[in-house]
Write a protein that binds this ligand. Structure first.
Ligand SMILES: [Zn+2]
Length: 43
């Protein structure tokens, strides 16, 4: 599973692939990889 975050509203979710339409703002948002938000990321 990967973590994704909506650039429009900041909505975060876990999925293999980001959804085409954001469940929170119901637009075709751009989702960014949010994996490095977890503390174990190391960076
Ligand atoms: Zn959104």
């Amino acid at each position: 599973m990967n973590r994704w975050r909506c650039l429009e509203c900041g909505y975060a979710l876990e999925a293999e692939l980001p959804p085409e339409e954001c469940p929170a703002c119901r637009k075709k948002c751009q989702f960014v990889d949010n994996n490095c938000y977890i503390p174990d990321c190391g960076q």
